[in-house]
Ligand binder design. Structure first.
Ligand SMILES: Cc1cc2nc3c(=O)[nH]c(=O)nc-3n(C[C@H](O)[C@H](O)[C@H](O)COP(=O)(O)O)c2cc1C
Length: 167
């Protein structure tokens, strides 16, 4: 491959796809964006791996791809819905990174809030009908509302800063 950077991502509801497309625009002709997870390991100096969090980790498809990587230099980026706290992000990154062999090098990672899909709102509201004061469900509904529109332009600005710090 002639491009210095490769971008492989898995995005079920399109949030991380927004970051991946923005990244490919930032890196322009020096990057190759893979619209599907390749069934081979592409050769680039740096591989960006993007993911939306699904039950605490990345998709099974991306996990399988990551498990095939060796001696790669990698930058991780992802979106999650349930918390925007650094501690939670670190936990998720640990879970995702478990799929990488020790001979790979992870240069850095970026996580930000992604919009939570509406199915969760419906679940929270249903639970609140039964128990209107349920603090857990009230907090979840609040996070759902805060998540709407993410990743937003501020997230994108942070992502751009992150990218240019690392390349
Ligand atoms: C089935 C499912 C499971 C999810 N699990 C989590 C989770 O464990 N933790 C979290 O913070 N967000 C979770 N989310 C929210 C997503 O991580 C969030 O919406 C993310 O931005 C989705 O990215 P994507 O559109 O690129 O797939 C989940 C969403 C779905 C649909």
């Amino acid at each position: 491959m002639s491009e210095k950077y490769g971008i492989v991502y898995s995005s079920k509801t399109g949030n991380t796809k927004k970051l991946a497309i923005y990244l490919s625009q930032l890196l322009s002709s020096s990057a190759k964006l893979y619209y599907e997870i390749p069934d081979y390991v592409p050769k680039h100096s740096i591989l960006f791996l993007g993911f939306g969090i699904d039950k605490g980790t990345c998709s099974v498809e991306l996990q399988k791809f990551m498990q095939r990587l060796h001696h790669q230099t990698i930058i991780l980026f992802g979106t999650c819905g349930f918390s925007n706290e650094v501690r939670y992000h670190n936990l998720l990154i640990d879970n995702v990174s478990k799929n990488l062999a020790a001979d790979n090098t992870v240069l850095d990672y970026f996580m930000c809030q992604g919009e939570i899909s509406i199915q969760f709102k419906e679940k929270y509201e249903k639970a609140l009908l039964l128990n209107p004061d349920d603090p857990k469900m009230l907090a979840s509904l609040k996070i759902y509302q805060e998540s709407i529109g993410h990743p937003n332009s501020e997230d994108m600005d942070h992502f751009r800063e992150f990218v240019f710090q690392n390349i």
